[in-house]
Design a protein around this ligand. Structure first.
Ligand code: 8YV
Length: 327
């Protein structure tokens, strides 16, 4: 690849990142921030060395094939890579990188915010006040449920899951987890975390479930109708990972029937569309995929994209190269 590769960025990134990319690469920016159509993505792939997409771009086999012999690298801005057909990229010898680590703490903060917001009815109270419906303090109004002393079951004990566990301990939650592989004993001890090899069994015993695993073919609809039925009726679900990990229709049905007490969602199955049934549910706290949305985080993600491209252009293997999607 040329020392100054051609780079196409699909969405507007922080100014400081865009400026540095202009200095280092032959860069085309997206000043309008409008998401590209599938056709525009194919055209971009066919005319660049490096494509910098985000979660809102579907980099499917047709986009990758359009890249032909030209496209060499997909340097994604974000940690999740489920919007990229990784096998198609691999087949074509295109390297894929992401931006892990730098959004861990921000995403864990947002997860914790939802863990607090749902049982304590935070948004419901705020909306009531703004609507002028608050008639003053009462001993029995706006009662939620206590966080302290409850059991939190984390599905996916990677970087973000561990960062959630650290915060949760401070709020008096006892930490439980399920993961494809058991984490190292030292980490388990540090987090005071109990491992459940059976996801079903863990789900049946928890007060709050937090989804912190990536979306892969293996985790698609991991929280399905059957597993939602295993949950205690007083339990809550929080998802800051990917909408696809939960069967959203089954969750809505469970919330409507009060078989699950509440949900805190930052991600949805058909983003940016949100099922209108969810909007009607008072027991759901709904955020617009903003788990990693801090200016510090977005700049750090951009810096990672730059380092990944620079490293590859210099003939080295970028540290954030995605090797396998089936984690
Ligand atoms: C990012 C995310 O903002 O990194 C991820 O996987 O879900 C988000 O927090 C988004 O993916 C950027 O492309």
């Amino acid at each position: 690849m040329a020392a100054k590769p051609v780079v196409i960025v699909t969405r507007k990134l922080p100014d400081i990142i865009e400026t540095r990319m202009m200095e280092l690469f032959d860069t085309t920016l997206n000043l309008t921030d409008e998401a590209m159509s599938a056709e525009q993505l194919r055209e971009a792939a066919a005319s660049t060395d490096v494509l910098v997409p985000t979660v809102t771009d579907r980099i499917d086999a047709s986009v990758i094939e359009a890249g032909g012999a030209r496209l060499k690298m997909i340097a994604s801005f974000g940690t999740g890579v489920d919007h990229i057909d990784f096998q198609a990229a691999k087949k074509q010898g295109i390297i894929v990188t992401n931006t892990p680590d730098v959004l861990t703490e921000d995403t864990a903060d947002m997860t914790m915010a939802l863990i607090l917001a749902v049982p304590r009815r935070l948004t419901e109270g705020e909306l009531r006040l703004r609507a002028g419906e608050w008639k003053g303090w009462s001993p029995t109004s706006m009662l939620g449920h206590r966080i302290w002393g409850k059991r939190l079951g984390i599905i996916g004990m990677g970087r973000i899951g561990q960062a959630v566990a650290r915060r949760a301990r401070g709020f008096g939650l006892s930490v439980h987890y399920h993961n494809r592989n058991r984490v190292h004993e030292e980490i388990e001890n540090e987090l005071g975390a109990t491992y459940w090899s059976s996801l079903d069994q863990m789900i049946a015993h928890m007060d709050i479930i937090s989804i912190n695993c990536p979306h892969t073919p293996a985790t698609y609809h991991l929280l399905n109708k059957r597993r939602l039925q295993l949950m205690k009726p007083h339990a809550y679900v929080v998802n800051t990972s990917r909408g696809e990990v939960i069967d959203e229709d089954a969750l809505i049905a469970a919330l409507e029937r009060e078989e699950v007490a509440g949900a805190g969602l930052d991600v949805y199955e058909s983003e940016p569309a949100v099922n209108p049934k969810l909007l009607k549910l008072k027991s759901a706290v709904l955020l617009p995929h903003m788990g990693s949305a801090t200016i510090e985080g977005r700049i750090a993600m951009g810096e990672k994209v730059i380092v990944n491209i620079r490293t590859f252009a210099d003939g080295h293997n970028p540290k954030d190269r995605v090797i396998d999607m089936m984690f």
